[in-house]
Design a protein around this ligand. Structure first.
Ligand SMILES: [Zn+2]
Length: 175
């Protein structure tokens, strides 16, 4: 079964308060936080870690591993020192039962929920009828998680990819 890619936080803020990024005027969520790339200063002591906006940051070693191993396409946004923000190209829809949703109202302007937290670990349910995640694939959830502006997709990986990552002793992993 596929699992959520859980990793250590690195407390970086990738987007800052970039006023040029289009955002919802009501809830201030960025429509496409990846649009203008990232400042060239972000590194991490981990091979894989998550920024304060839930973006996934990979080391050069991890990118090399994924280039060789992962069977689904990933976009890489280079930051500083050869580190990369990851965005898997394939998107899936998660079954939201099992997730904690804070706030009953959706934003009246953009329709996004005000706060969605992932509080499950390990096995994830993918909405029935959708294509499953292959054993060596890395995909992203269509749903975004986090509080208002600090919101992003979850990364979900196939079971063989999860095993290979563990065997490779990549730091920052908590799967
Ligand atoms: Zn909104």
């Amino acid at each position: 079964m596929p699992v959520i890619l859980e990793c250590e936080g690195n407390y970086n803020n990738m987007r800052g308060g970039d006023p040029k990024l289009p955002m919802c005027p009501t809830c201030k969520v960025f429509f496409d936080p990846y649009r203008s790339g990232f400042p060239g200063r972000v590194k991490s002591k981990y091979d894989i870690s998550i920024t304060s906006e839930h973006m996934h940051l990979a080391s050069p070693r991890l990118k090399e591993f994924l280039d060789e191993t992962c069977t689904s396409p990933i976009e890489y946004f280079e930051t500083g020192g050869g580190y990369f923000v990851l965005r898997p190209k394939r998107e899936i829809v998660l079954d939201m039962r099992g997730f904690m949703i804070d706030g009953t109202a959706l934003c009246k302007t953009c329709g996004e929920p005000n706060g969605v937290y992932s509080d499950i670990q390990g096995e994830v349910k993918i909405l029935a009828g959708r294509q499953p995640v292959g054993p060596l694939e890395m995909v992203r959830s269509r749903q975004r998680f986090g509080e208002r502006r600090q919101r992003d997709f979850l990364i979900i990986i196939g079971d063989q990819l999860a095993e290979s990552l563990c065997r490779g002793k990549f730091t920052g992993l908590s799967i």
